[in-house]
Design a binder for this molecule. Structure first.
Ligand code: ADP
Length: 398
């Protein structure tokens, strides 16, 4: 059975075609610059790939390009789209409505549209992706939506409420939702599997550290807290995002610089984090390399991010009253030995020890903790597309 996974952004459309017999990826790619020009990059399982510039005024043309890439030419992997049993879509914001993945119908599309108020950039684009998909494949192919927020819906109110006047929660649904849920779910499930224990008996802290960063506390099999909040801006310092800071900084700078709310939002989301502090790059590789060569602002940016990760992990250990396993994932979590060594080192007082040789590995699933370590430490490469495909399969098999 073949399942197509789609992740539609405002100007891009990423896709993967999976064969669920063995959960292998048959092909994957991305359509970019939708609305301005248009470019597709397509890659098949044996590594062969092509790139082409094709006009993509809207998501509909972009979707047609992926259909052509999958079904035509030398790198086609299927003869016709009728071989695809279902499509799974990644959706950023499911609000408090969607606590699990669900089959798409008109009402679900409307609800995702309505939630666009909480995630303006993302949800509107997801709806365009779903509609383009339905236009290309027809209504007979089942579509499933998988939300970044669903996994965090188990948080208790004390974790998801903000200490602002309660009326804003009632009027505008202002609360912590959390994001990257599909990734936190995947790596925590995999961690329990690797440890050979039921997830409900474990206290796990999962660190998804990429361009966007978030940490979750997973106790008795469910998420009890997570660092991203009302939007993906909350929590840790990230590639270009501030993460949590004193909100007065915003009003102070806005007044001094005469900046609008929109400009402040831009500053916090796009010009801050590693980029803002280093003045060099949002890419942690660049910042780390420059820090090693003696760039002081890059050193500071790296130190700040590592320190914050350790602080969040520590606070979640307190929130769970213990920890059995710490998991690193995402571009930085999977590839940056410096981050892992620092954070594990700060937990030395709990009896955490890691194997520094194994810690040099990049992008591999590996247990970092030594046999004596009181807490297991893992690197588990995330696989959100696989979770989306599995959820899609499960829902259409019902
Ligand atoms: P996104 O949040 O966009 O999905 P990723 O999970 O792909 O991001 O992570 C991107 C981040 O991972 C970048 O900051 C990149 O520098 C970092 N990264 C990738 N490889 C390495 C590496 N070898 N060492 C340090 N950081 C790395």
């Amino acid at each position: 059975m073949k399942i197509l996974v789609v992740n539609a952004g405002s100007s891009s459309l990423k896709y993967q075609l999976l064969d669920m017999e063995n959960e292998s990826v048959l092909a994957k790619g991305i359509c970019e610059r939708i609305g301005t020009s248009g470019k597709i990059s397509h890659k098949v399982a044996d590594g062969r790939k092509f790139e082409a510039e094709i006009p993509m005024p809207t998501h509909t043309e972009a979707f047609q390009c992926l259909v052509d890439a999958l079904t035509k030419g030398e790198l086609k992997v299927i003869d016709s789209m009728s071989e695809i049993s279902a499509v799974g879509h990644r959706i950023v914001q499911g609000g408090a409505i969607f606590s699990k993945s669900t089959l798409v119908d008109d009402k679900v599309i409307e609800q995702i549209s309505d939630l666009a108020e909480l995630a303006p950039l993302h949800n509107a684009a997801h709806v365009l992706g779903i509609k383009a998909c339905i236009a290309a494949l027809g209504k007979d192919v089942p579509e499933v939506v998988v939300f970044d927020t669903s996994f965090h819906q188990t948080m208790p109110a004390r974790a998801y409420m903000y200490p602002i006047p309660y009326e804003y929660y009632e009027k505008y649904k202002v609360r912590r939702y959390g994001f990257h849920g599909t990734s936190h779910r995947y790596v925590s499930d995999r961690c329990a599997e690797l440890m050979g224990k039921p997830k409900k008996d474990l206290k796990i802290v999962t660190c998804h550290l990429g361009n966007g960063c978030s940490i979750s506390a997973i106790k008795d099999g469910v998420c009890i807290d997570t660092s991203m909040g009302f939007t993906p801006l909350d929590g840790l310092m990230m590639g270009t995002r501030t993460g949590t800071m004193d909100p007065s900084v915003l009003t102070f700078i806005a007044e001094k610089e005469n900046m609008s709310p929109k400009e402040m939002d831009d500053m916090c989301n796009k010009k801050s984090g590693l980029l803002g502090v280093s003045g060099l790059s949002n890419d942690s590789r660049d910042v780390n390399n420059a820090a090693r060569e003696g760039n002081e602002r890059c050193r500071l940016a790296v130190d700040m991010q590592q320190y914050e990760v350790a602080k969040y992990v520590g606070s979640y250990i307190a929130a769970m009253n213990g920890i059995d396993a710490l998991v690193f994932t995402g571009g930085i979590g999977e590839n940056d030995p410096g981050m892992r060594e620092y954070v594990s080192g700060q937990l030395g007082f709990l009896g955490v020890t890691i194997d520094l040789e194994k810690n040099k590995l990049r992008g591999e699933e590996v247990e970092l903790s030594t046999p004596e370590s009181k807490v297991k430490v893992w690197v588990i490469p995330t696989n959100e597309e696989l979770v989306i495909a599995r959820d899609t399969l499960a829902l259409i098999s019902k």
